[in-house]
Write a protein that binds this ligand. Structure first.
Ligand SMILES: Cc1cc2nc3c(=O)[nH]c(=O)nc-3n(C[C@H](O)[C@H](O)[C@H](O)COP(=O)(O)OP(=O)(O)OC[C@H]3O[C@@H](n4cnc5c(N)ncnc54)[C@H](O)[C@@H]3O)c2cc1C
Ligand SMILES: *[C@@H]1O[C@H](CO)[C@@H](O)[C@H](O)[C@H]1NC(C)=O
Ligand SMILES: *[C@@H]1O[C@H](CO)[C@@H](O)[C@H](O)[C@H]1NC(C)=O
Ligand SMILES: *[C@@H]1O[C@H](CO)[C@@H](O)[C@H](O)[C@H]1NC(C)=O
Ligand SMILES: *[C@@H]1O[C@H](CO)[C@@H](O)[C@H](O)[C@H]1NC(C)=O
Ligand SMILES: *[C@@H]1O[C@H](CO)[C@@H](O)[C@H](O)[C@H]1NC(C)=O
Ligand SMILES: *[C@@H]1O[C@H](CO)[C@@H](O)[C@H](O)[C@H]1NC(C)=O
Ligand SMILES: *[C@@H]1O[C@H](CO)[C@@H](O)[C@H](O)[C@H]1NC(C)=O
Length: 536
């Protein structure tokens, strides 16, 4: 462990040694606890960032976490009863390891961790699916292949648009052009689309970038592998984050502040002071904020001074999706126990209780009689407003339509999370919106002076995934270590970087201004031109 003075010796940039650097932003808060790096949030990104600091011999950091444990959106609870009376563990948040790794190819770091910690997980077989409508079993599974063919074609076209730096489209237009263009009244096709698109991104194709949606899918499922394994570990998925935290944090480590909610952050080019709801504060030379995009969008934290427009715009532009798993335990498994997935096409409403997934199936929690529904986005918002009893009634009515020949009893246990109202998350994970450039995304990642950002949403390649949070946490931690030690750092693909991250205060349109003319149907260009002049 390095003392502060030995750190000063390393820190030739002298950020720590030019007087009260760590306390700069808090000149009037001399009572604040001093540290070199404040890590805001103890999810995958925060724990990884702190570990990267530790790996670079920077031990003077403080992790500030709202909840009573680390793990963030890798979040489980106990549910129902096993035969011996003890409860099951279910994942309310992250559940799959998405993209594992191929021999000789790069491996998803989360897959590496799952092996290191012997996380119990099972191959999730997306071909093990039966389709239903309001009359019961209704085989429209051939549409799954029709969708897949179109999606593959869209991904190739998205690759062309990306490589040629052409304007983005929506996944909706991309799919339609590739031959998947279902009518709003074709409820079977709508259900297939919900399963194939919304279930992954938590947004409909209309609200998703074609280029970055396809690229993200490729980077995870073509680069690592196309397998998804579902975690069913009694310790919870967060066991891998607990395990990594334990490699550098002692039990009751004073550098981990649990049950501490950050409310105010004052920041400057010299340092950051963090104020917590309990009245405590921490002054640091640097801070890494890993709060979810939902937290940033919902004004949980007040920034002093306010974040610059380029940063605030990127925060408000990216999408925070909601993905809701609704759990039922019954006294028996009345659905086909050897099938993993059941897709329901509501006759009136896209996405209405569309997806059901059995945990009672071999390899998962056999004999548990647990099945859960998943809804996203608008259906999540609607169901989150219901009481447990109302939601349970709706779900049971759907199950009774799907299995008209079976007796569907009252469940013995029922629960679901309200992610949209969870004040340490405000939603589930981010999504790349239509027509949004890499520069706009970079603004989400870029630092504002001494205030840095990391997390699932700041990953251009793996947004939405636990492994995205890991890569981003590592990179931010390594870059700040480089700043503190006055050296450049090699980021993971071999590129060297030193100092601040770039940001783009001006994000340009894609049609040259001179094309705003009458021939293109634009009669008022002179109005805008003169207005612009007046403002300048
Ligand atoms: C329902 C759901 C399903 C998902 N499914 C998958 C999946 O199957 N596979 C997959 O790879 N990914 C999945 N994800 C995404 C994955 O969980 C996230 O990408 C990842 O956990 C994000 O890690 P993070 O460190 O960026 O953010 P977080 O885990 O959100 O960490 C941020 C931390 O900051 C804390 N915090 C927030 N506000 C404050 C505050 N004001 N003061 C102090 N602390 C605060 C939070 O408590 C949290 O611990 C899912 C997420 C959800 C919600
Ligand atoms: C820190 O070092 C350990 C040991 O080499 C390694 O397992 C871990 O992945 C490193 N962490 C980061 C964030 O690079
Ligand atoms: C997945 O399920 C399908 C349909 O039941 C089956 O044919 C296939 O063998 C399964 N794949 C694996 C790897 O279990
Ligand atoms: C539901 O499926 C049944 C059986 O395949 C079919 O006869 C019926 O037309 C379907 N309903 C709708 C609304 O498509
Ligand atoms: C996705 O992968 C396919 C097949 O490898 C490739 O042709 C395409 O360019 C990729 N698209 C994107 C957006 O990365
Ligand atoms: C946080 O900032 C707000 C607005 O600036 C202020 O009213 C509040 O007292 C501050 N809270 C703390 C704990 O500093
Ligand atoms: C489950 O409970 C129902 C009553 O709700 C009952 O009819 C049924 O026999 C029970 N099944 C088992 C396996 O105990
Ligand atoms: C990452 O590395 C590849 C080559 O391995 C290179 O082509 C690419 O430009 C690099 N990306 C960045 C962002 O530097």
């Amino acid at each position: 462990m390095l003392s502060k003075s030995s750190l000063c010796a390393i820190a030739a940039a002298a950020v720590l040694c030019d007087g009260a650097a760590a306390a700069v932003a808090g000149g009037k808060h001399d009572a604040c606890r001093k540290t070199t790096v404040a890590v805001l949030g103890g999810g995958m990104a925060g724990i990884t960032a702190a570990q990267a600091l530790h790996n670079s011999s920077i031990s003077d950091f403080v992790i500030i976490e709202h909840q009573g444990q680390v793990g963030g959106r890798a979040h489980h609870t106990t549910f129902g009863k096993q035969k011996d009376g003890s409860p099951y563990t279910i994942e309310l948040g992250a559940n799959w390891i998405q993209g594992l790794g191929k021999p000789g190819g790069p491996e998803n770091p989360v897959w590496t961790f799952s092996k290191k910690y012997k996380l119990k997980n099972t191959f999730s077989n997306y071909s093990s699916i039966l389709t239903y409508n309001e009359t019961g079993l209704a085989d429209f599974s051939h549409l799954l292949d029709v969708y897949e063919t179109a999606a593959d074609e869209m991904n190739v076209e998205a690759g062309r648009l990306l490589a040629e730096n052409q304007q983005d489209q929506s996944a909706r237009s991309g799919l339609s052009l590739a031959g998947w263009n279902p009518k709003h009244s074709d409820m079977a096709a709508q259900a297939v689309e919900y399963w194939s698109w919304d279930w992954e991104t938590a947004f409909p194709p209309e609200q998703s970038s074609m280029i970055f949606g396809a690229a993200g899918d490729n980077l995870t499922f073509n680069q690592f592998s196309d397998e998804n394994n579902l975690v069913v570990d009694p310790r919870g998925y967060s066991a891998i984050i607990d395990g990594e935290a334990a490699t550098f944090l002692k039990k009751d480590d004073k550098r981990l502040l649990l049950n501490t909610k950050v409310v105010n952050v004052s920041h400057s080019d010299h340092g950051v002071t963090v104020h917590n709801a309990d009245g405590s504060c921490v002054s640091a030379a640097y801070a890494i904020c890993t709060f979810s995009l939902g937290v940033l969008q919902n004004d949980v934290v007040s920034w002093e001074p306010a974040l610059p427009l380029w940063k605030e715009t990127s925060i408000q532009k990216f999408g925070m999706g909601t993905y809701t798993k609704i759990f039922f335990q019954f006294n028996e498994t009345f659905w086909p126990a050897d099938t993993q997935y059941f897709l329901y096409a509501s006759p009136t409403q896209r996405g209405y209780w569309a997806l059901w997934q059995s945990l009672s199936t071999p390899g998962f929690l056999p004999g548990s009689n647990i099945i859960f529904a998943t809804v996203t986005n608008d259906e999540s918002y609607r169901i989150e407003q219901l009481t447990d009893e109302e939601a349970k009634r709706e779900g049971l009515a759907v199950l009774r339509r799907m299995f008209p020949d079976r007796h569907v009893p009252e469940p013995v246990a029922f629960t679901y999370p309200r992610w949209t109202k969870t004040e340490w998350s405000y939603g589930s994970y981010s999504n790349w919106p239509v027509g949004t450039t890499l520069e706009m995304h970079q603004n989400l990642r870029a630092n504002v002076g001494r205030l840095w950002f990391a997390g699932e949403a700041t990953s251009a390649e793996y947004f939405g995934f636990l492994h995205g949070a890991w890569f981003e946490g590592r990179e931010a931690g390594e870059q700040i270590a480089g700043l503190l030690q006055n050296r450049c750092v090699t980021i993971y693909n071999g590129t060297k970087t030193c100092g601040a991250r770039p940001h783009y205060a001006d994000l340009h349109g894609t049609s040259p201004l001179q094309h705003y003319n009458l021939l293109n149907g634009w009669a008022t260009s002179s109005f805008y031109a003169s207005k612009r002049k007046r403002e300048m």
